[in-house]
Ligand binder design. Structure first.
Ligand SMILES: [Cu+2]
Length: 619
């Protein structure tokens, strides 16, 4: 009887069930966060739209902790929608089921429900972020920064920035409290509507309204006549490329690769807005430590600050050999950490703010997000009081005499080497658009079904062979290569969960012509033992990326495109890693309330409505 009462109490939430073994060991504490997520109707870019807030704000509060510390995040869903939270860049060592991927590690958290994530910031540091991993809600406001302060034992690259001890001491001090800047692509309509229109018109939702910087932005308009640049193509007042003769949406199949279009009628009339923009106010200090996170659902950003150079010191939370540049290109999902030296003497007029620019690049739209860098006594807080020379144009192209860099050229600072021989497992992927709203990573067109977000999580099932599962019985310690060729004209920012990988071959013009790295090695190719170390990589059109990781984190991991339309269109693969070594999933997680769903279409995946068999499971 006591036992029955206990279970009833657990089910009804009066007492907590037995906590899983993966919680922090007794005597140590976890840093606790509570996220109350609500629906909003707000105007972050100067026009009203529905979206989401976390504790009344978007981006949500920063999750901060020290390397190896435990974190607890309790999510209270006060919205009418279901979603999950993924901790992007957190390796989830020992707790792979808290990776927040619906249909893979958990069910979506239903409206009115609560879900608690527990994980350790184990053997990792630096910039990461969290976001909804359900449909497109990350770009509707369910996102925020994560920062892990590196342990004392980590080697830092600061001596390569300055040989002055005072400078290094100040940088080390600033490392404790960096500024996080999250940049997001902001659509005119909420993501469910945007993706539904993608499905129904068969058009990529490529034309965005604004680029938000820490949740603030504006709509900037262009003069249509001024931008007309050919007889076949015009650029409208939103900066979007349109077909002159079809008003942008007829004859799509012929132009799908050439013309990227906004839904008809939605970008033709631009109305400028004059809302607040993010202002990074600098007071007194000389050195600044900044994490820049590209959370955009669509575009790579060219980042620069007018009149300033900066040191790039880490990518995806891994220190690199610093590079002093004026500009860096940041693809979707990637994080760039910079150290910025501000010296009033270098600039003529520090009463006016300098513009930080985030230009969308490799895309059919001329648009940039703007934010301000203001020195302490700045009297102006508007973009129209801008100051200094700009180092890049609206297309994100760097002006003559300035230095830019892209992420694949950066090498890790720590001399941890990658295995340079052949791999134990190789997967050959072909990034492709296989239909109007269908995207795939597989030669045979296999897709991650949109409805997989609503299915029973893979952790709760016997391992299943599906076309989108990469499974060749990877064992602990083995070396895995993933060859990704992109034969089409789209960029795909590919993100791997559960690992930082090594980029062992990359080219933005040529495909990788071998079936395995072993074939390449036999043909004279060699692997740089200090290959770049990331968790996201942009695979450019007609180019390739070959990534390698060591199977040191047993789990079921997603590899996917971070362009949200592409992901929901099917561009994902599931990796089964060392299945026999995955610790047993805590029993109470099986009991999460959820909705059963068996539909398999893009629309149902987006809307989540019209379930043919739906009922609530409460035990
Ligand atoms: Cu993609």
């Amino acid at each position: 009887m006591k036992l029955i009462l206990y279970f009833l109490a657990v089910i009804h939430g009066y007492i907590l069930p037995d906590l899983p073994k993966t919680l922090p060991p007794l005597g140590s504490t976890a840093r606790e966060y509570t996220f109350n997520i609500t629906r909003s109707y707000a105007n972050p870019a100067g026009f009203y739209r529905s979206g989401f807030l976390i504790n009344g704000q978007s981006p949500g509060p920063a999750i901060e902790g020290d390397e190896d510390e435990w974190i607890t995040v309790t999510v209270n869903n006060f919205t009418p929608f279901a979603f999950t939270i993924h901790f992007h860049g957190i390796l989830q060592k020992g707790t792979p089921w808290f990776d927040g991927v619906p249909g893979l590690s958990q069910y979506p958290i239903l409206s009115g429900d609560t879900y608690t994530y527990h994980f350790q910031l184990k053997e990792q540091y630096g910039s990461a972020w969290y976001h909804s991993h359900y449909r497109g809600y990350s770009s509707d406001g369910i996102l925020g920064p994560i920062y892990i302060r590196p342990s004392q034992l980590r080697a830092r690259p600061y001596k390569l920035i300055s040989d002055n001890d005072e400078d290094i001491q100040e940088i080390i001090k600033m490392e404790r409290t960096p500024t996080n800047i999250i940049v997001d692509d902001y659509f005119k309509m909420p993501m469910d509507d945007t993706l539904l229109k993608m499905d129904q018109y068969g058009i990529d939702p490529l034309c965005i309204q604004s680029i938000l910087v820490n949740g603030k932005g504006r709509v900037y308009c262009h003069s249509e006549l001024e931008l007309r640049n050919s007889t076949e193509k015009i650029i409208d007042t939103m900066g979007c490329f349109r077909d002159l003769f079809s008003n942008g949406y007829a004859d799509l199949r012929n132009h799908m690769d050439n013309y990227a279009l906004e839904n008809p009628g939605f970008s033709s009339h631009c109305s400028p807005t004059f809302s607040d923009i993010f202002n990074l106010q600098i007071k007194g200090k000389k050195w600044h430590y900044i994490n820049i996170i590209n959370a955009g659902a669509q575009y790579t950003k060219s980042f620069s600050i007018d009149d300033h150079e900066f040191h790039v010191i880490a990518i995806d939370g891994v220190f690199v050999i610093p590079e002093k540049v004026h500009q860096i290109q940041i693809s979707s999902g990637s994080r760039v950490t910079i150290v910025l030296e501000t010296d009033r003497q270098m600039h003529n007029d520090t009463n006016r703010p300098f513009l930080m620019r985030f230009a969308a690049i490799r895309c059919p739209q001329y648009i940039e997000g703007l934010a301000l860098l203001s020195y302490g006594e700045t009297h102006y807080t508007d973009v129209y009081a801008q100051n200094g020379f700009r180092v890049q144009n609206l297309q994100g192209e760097i002006n003559g005499g300035f230095k830019g860099i892209d992420i694949p050229s950066l090498r890790p600072f720590e001399e941890k080497t990658v295995k340079t021989g052949k791999a134990d497992h190789t997967f050959n992927l072909f990034l492709n658009r296989s239909g109007v709203v269908e995207f795939t990573m597989f030669k045979d067109g296999a897709k991650l079904p949109a409805s997989s977000e609503l299915l029973q999580p893979l952790y709760f099932q016997e391992p299943e062979v599906s076309k989108y599962v990469l499974d060749s019985h990877i064992k602990h310690g083995e070396v895995v290569d993933i060859i990704m060729n992109n034969f089409r004209r789209y960029n795909h920012p590919i993100h791997l969960h559960g690992h930082t990988f090594r980029l062992i071959s990359y080219n933005n013009k040529k495909s990788f012509k071998y079936n395995t790295m072993e074939d390449a090695l036999l043909d004279g190719f060699s692997i740089d033992s200090r290959s770049p170390c990331f968790d996201s990589i942009l695979v450019p059109p007609n180019g390739h990326a070959v990534i390698r990781f060591e199977a040191n984190n047993p789990g079921i991991w997603l590899l996917h495109c971070h362009n949200l339309g592409h992901l929901i269109g099917g561009m994902g693969a599931v990796i089964y890693e060392s299945l026999h070594d995955i610790p047993e999933i805590p029993q109470y997680l099986h009991d999460q309330a959820h909705v059963h769903n068996s539909l398999n279409t893009f629309v149902s995946g987006i809307l989540g409505t019209n379930h043919d068999t739906s009922y609530l499971l409460l035990n």
